[in-house]
Design a protein around this ligand. Structure first.
Ligand code: NAP
Length: 250
């Protein structure tokens, strides 16, 4: 499966920027969105140098009405084959804090859950009408574990994972594919800001190559790197109480 018209949110940094570089080639139209206009422009330049046509937009995805209009305009200009909702907000809770404030909870839920759900719903309509298209939601392996150092993050990504599974079943009769990508530790500004160890770390470029290779094969659930796929599988064999006991150390 090849994609010609591609949208990537969170393309100004990390995994999104690496995916943009990966897909950049002559004949490709890339819609690259993020908040930081300067970093986005630098990624766009790299992609143009590789021969792609690039359209950038710098805005906050939690400005939902702007987000919806931008999606409608992007699809009307160049019908999307692939929409990757990758923008995300990370961060862990310091040990001396009990909870996170209301604004942080609202932002985390907005960027990691509400915005990608809105985005997927907007592009699903025209893709279903064309009986063609692929929606990608970038979650996290954190969705599978109740992380005490990041309750909002694991909760928002768990919600996104269930949404992706349900949407995939809903859209398959309309010829639209939905894939959930669940990364482990990828070396980006988001994971660099963590104080915890980052086992099995891979670069953003390695992550983009793995994601693109598996998307081309039509995979519906991509866990990377492979070590986390094994950990997820093994964790299902371990009693929940044991998983909770291990996690409560953090
Ligand atoms: N890195 C990891 O280890 C890891 C692990 C599991 C899952 N993930 C997931 O992978 C995705 C990409 O993360 P990353 O590691 O590449 O992080 P990153 O380098 O921090 O990049 C995050 C991207 O999301 C954009 N973004 C954040 N909030 C936004 C908002 N309100 N509106 C619009 N754009 C916004 C950022 O834009 P600006 O920079 O322009 O503000 C940036 O382009 C996220 O969904 C993350 O949860 C990452």
């Amino acid at each position: 499966m090849t994609f010609a018209s591609i949208l990537i949110t969170g393309a100004s940094s990390g995994i999104g920027a690496a995916l943009a570089r990966h897909y950049a080639a002559p004949g490709k139209i890339l819609n690259l969105w993020g908040r930081d206009g300067d970093r986005l422009a630098a990624v766009a330049e790299e992609c143009r140098a590789r021969g792609a046509t690039v359209v950038t937009r710098a805005f906050d995805v939690t400005e939902y009405s702007k987000f919806v209009i931008a999606l409608e305009e992007a699809d009307a200009a160049h019908p999307l084959d692939l929409a990757i909702f990758n923008a995300g907000l990370g961060g862990s809770l310091p040990k001396d804090r009990v909870g996170q404030d209301a604004r942080h909870a609202e932002l985390m839920a907005g960027v990691n859950f509400t915005a990608p759900c809105i985005g997927a719903n907007v592009v699903a309509g025209p893709m279903a009408a064309r009986k063609k298209g692929h929606i990608v939601l970038v979650g996290s392996v954190a969705a599978a574990f109740p992380l005490p150092m990041a309750p909002l993050y694991s909760g928002s990504k768990a919600g996104l994972e269930m949404f992706a599974q349900a949407l995939s079943l809903r859209l398959r009769r309309h010829g639209v594919a939905v894939t959930l990508v669940a990364p482990g530790f990828i070396d980006t500004p988001m994971s660099q800001s963590l104080n915890e160890p980052r086992p099995f770390l891979i670069s953003a470029d390695q992550a983009a190559a793995i994601i693109a290779r598996r998307l081309a094969k039509g995979r519906r659930h991509i866990v990377l790197p492979w070590q986390f796929s094994m950990i997820l599988g093994l964790s299902k064999l371990v009693p929940r109480a044991v998983v909770r006991a291990i996690l409560s150390v953090f």
